[in-house]
Structure formats: structure tokens, C-alpha cells
Design a protein. Structure first.
Length: 255
């Protein structure tokens, strides 16, 4: 594992965006794995900015080659619902970069059979060659994507029930009401995430310090889904001082 400690969320976003653009240029044939959440807002802002500074030929090439698969989507929310991850990605990347909808893929939250949609989405990712670089945020309960604890390292793309903790964490986008957060979601599993060529875990803010320390230092276990990332041969963690507080000052590994 490589750990890059940076001063603040802005520096983290710039480093993450650099890596995403590098991956698009170095491996245009492998799709990117993308994530949503508040952590990613400055990351996509930095990506738009950095892309705009490239030469026009490079920009055209990146846009023409773009293919990304997002991690997850709420069941029951469609593209026209501003709270859907589809709408988030349309606003953050697809529209500003002038990409076609089929270049920025997510599971269909309105599919009549969400479990079948999860199988279809996982299969589509496999046909596309699997993720090259996977961008990940970190849930307060240790989830990545929507892989809620307990979760095995072999869990595939599937429809699952969200935990109370996650619905509370994400209530902000739903008027602050955890009950208004959809009860289910479709998510890529740890199986697809761990099969990525590289993983970039981006973590900012003091609220994530305790779970980040556990995810990186405790022996991998189902109760902390992000801890399975320790098994990946090319994991890079980019975090700010606030998120690394416990890590840098703490008593050391808890094993
Ligand atoms: C959400 C998403 C995750 C995201 C995480 C952190 O529920 N499903 O992919 O990484 O929670 O969100 P935030 O960045 O808002 O803290």
C-alpha cells in the first residue's frame, strides 16, 4: 500500500484528479471506476480544471475515449431525480465534459428487477475488460461503494439493503431525513473492486479518521469492508491531515 498524506481536501482532490486523467491517457482501453459522495465533489472539480489546461488535441482524445463505470446507484431513483447518482455524475462530469450518457455508466436505479440489473451491470463491466483505476471513497461504517458490513471479499455486484448508519450518513441529500433515503441500492461488489488494476482510496475530514485507521491497520474482516483493500497489490490511499490524524498520532497498528 502507498499512502500519500496531503495538507487538505483541495490538495487531495488535485492529486486524485491527476491520477484519474493519467489513467485515462495511459490505459484508454480500460474503463475508470468512479464514485459519488461529498468527498468526490472537489475531485471532479479538479478533474474538470486539469482537463481544461491540457492541449486541445489531448482533451479531444480523452473525451473521445472516455468510458467509466460508477460503483453504485439507489434503487428507485432515476436520472431525472437530482438525488440519484446518475444525476450527480451528469452534473459533475458528463455534461461539463460533453460526454455521451453511454460513456458514463451507472446501474439503472429504475430497473424492474434490481437483482437482474446488478447481474447485467457486472457482466457489462466484465465485457468492457474490468476496471483499470478504481476511485473509492470511504463510508463511516467502513463501506466502499455500498458494500455494507458484514461483507466478504468475494461479494459480487448485487442489490442490497442499506444500513441505518449509511442512510443517516447520506440523509443530507434527502432533506436530512434518513427514512427518505432509499432502502436499497445496487453496488459493484468487493469482487469487482478488488479485480481493478489499481485502487485509489480518497479520504478527507476528521470524521473519517477512526474508520480509516481501522480499515488500514486491522486484519481484513467482513465487519470493515474497506479492510479487504489491504489485499490489493496496487492500493494507493490519498488522504488529508484531518483524516490521518489518528493514524499519524495514534499508538500504532492495533493488531
Ligand atoms: C456513499 C457512497 C460511497 C461513498 C461514501 C462516502 O454512500 N455509496 O461510494 O464513498 O458513501 O460518502 P461521502 O464522501 O459523502 O462521505
Amino acid at each position: 500500500m502507498q499512502l500519500l498524506a496531503l495538507a487538505d481536501a483541495q490538495a487531495v482532490a488535485a492529486a486524485a484528479a491527476e491520477r484519474l486523467l493519467q489513467a485515462r491517457q495511459a490505459q484508454p482501453q480500460r474503463p475508470l471506476g468512479l464514485a459519488t459522495g461529498r468527498t468526490m465533489v472537489p475531485v471532479y472539480a479538479a478533474l474538470r480544471q486539469q482537463l481544461g489546461r491540457l492541449g486541445s488535441q489531448q482533451q479531444r482524445q480523452i473525451r473521445a475515449d472516455w468510458l467509466s463505470f460508477n460503483l453504485d446507484e439507489y434503487v428507485g431513483l432515476g436520472p431525472h431525480d437530482p438525488r440519484s447518482f446518475k444525476a450527480f455524475m451528469a452534473g459533475q462530469l458528463q455534461a461539463p465534459l460533453g460526454l455521451r450518457p453511454e460513456q458514463v455508466l451507472l446501474p439503472d436505479g429504475l430497473a424492474a428487477d434490481p437483482q437482474a440489473e446488478a447481474r447485467r451491470y457486472g457482466a457489462a463491466l466484465a465485457v468492457a475488460g474490468g476496471v483499470g483505476l478504481q476511485l473509492l471513497g470511504l463510508g463511516l461504517n467502513g463501506h466502499v461503494g455500498f458494500n455494507e458490513p458484514p461483507c466478504s471479499a468475494e461479494a459480487p455486484c448485487r442489490c442490497l439493503t442499506l444500513s441505518a448508519a449509511t442512510r443517516t450518513q447520506n440523509a443530507g441529500a434527502f432533506g436530512g431525513d434518513p427514512e427518505a433515503v432509499p432502502a436499497q441500492a445496487i453496488t459493484l461488489g468487493l469482487a469487482e473492486i478488488l479485480a481493478a488494476g489499481q485502487i485509489l482510496l480518497v479520504v478527507t475530514g476528521a470524521s473519517k479518521a477512526a474508520i480509516l485507521k481501522r480499515a488500514l491497520q486491522e486484519p481484513p474482516c467482513p465487519e470493515i469492508p474497506a479492510s479487504w483493500l489491504q489485499h490489493h497489490p496496487r492500493l494507493e490511499v490519498v488522504a488529508d491531515q484531518a483524516a490521518l490524524g489518528a493514524f499519524l498520532q495514534g499508538p500504532g497498528p492495533c493488531r
